[in-house]
Write a protein that binds this ligand. Sequence first.
Ligand SMILES: NC(=O)c1ccc[n+]([C@@H]2O[C@H](COP(=O)([O-])OP(=O)(O)OC[C@H]3O[C@@H](n4cnc5c(N)ncnc54)[C@H](OP(=O)(O)O)[C@@H]3O)[C@@H](O)[C@H]2O)c1
Length: 284
Amino acid sequence: MPRQKRAIITGVTSGLGLEVSKSLAKLGYDLVLVGRNEAKLREIAAELEALSPNKATIDYFLCDFEQLDQMAAVSKLIGKAYREIDVVINNVGIWETKQRLNENGFDMTWTVNYFSPFVFTHQLLPTLRLTAQETQDVRIVNLTSDAHRFGKITFPLEKQPFHFFRTYGSTKLANLLHAKYLASLFAEENIRVNAVHPGVVATEFWRTLPNPVIKTIKLLMISPEEGAKTVLSVAAAPNLTASGQYFERMKSVVPSELARDTTLMNTLYRETTVLLAEFLQTTT
Ligand SMILES: NC(=O)c1ccc[n+]([C@@H]2O[C@H](COP(=O)([O-])OP(=O)(O)OC[C@H]3O[C@@H](n4cnc5c(N)ncnc54)[C@H](OP(=O)(O)O)[C@@H]3O)[C@@H](O)[C@H]2O)c1
């Protein structure tokens, strides 16, 4: 009997991550949940177990994406804990309207949205490559946003100017360029890497806005169930051939000019590996 597929998903305690996890559980996937709130993760793992038609294994790992050293340690642990990983969904994301810095002096939106998922994906690559040799079908999905169109990336990477909205867009541009870079790197290895804009979705994402504003704008947004559909199709639809694409409303669409700039893509990848070198070592 073929083994069950295993998906790893970050940020499952609310919104899109929770909905995508529920759908994958119903499809019988073994799941590895990654988040920072143990009580919520335990509760959600039990809920997902109950949804699984085939008693899938639902594990979870604790990790705060604000802390890169923790991210490096936990992702190494996950990479070693499983022989096969079929799907990685980089879903954790925040929008901060005021700047905060992490313990490395990096902007927090950049840390949570791009640096941590970069480290996470990098540490899982050896397992993903071995799985792809066996199955010819491994997928990485980066949650991006239509807001990438407002983004701009300058170098040195750690010195991005902060803007209450553009900074978020810039990190989402980085998620998209990262997906494209990995897609080209693994074009011959059956690892398909895509980026998804889920739509404008009524989730906890908008928590930094004032309450009355949230209530009003949420009426205009799509539900998390609806938003999860495009993510799910790219993560789990059979016979996916697309790689390096930007998906929105279930279709591959053309992203911004900067998201198609291969010089920017290559420079971003190179500069990220230099900036995060201490968290990308794979020997320990
Ligand atoms: N909502 C939209 O309209 C929209 C549009 C475009 C793109 N997106 C993207 O979709 C993704 C999911 O967003 P969402 O709308 O589902 O938001 P959400 O409801 O706020 O969910 C975000 C998830 O990320 C987790 N998270 C946040 N900071 C974390 C940290 N430091 N360490 C570990 N986990 C952390 C949260 O966990 P806690 O419960 O611990 O906070 C939560 O599980 C994001 O990448 C976002 O950029 C959303």
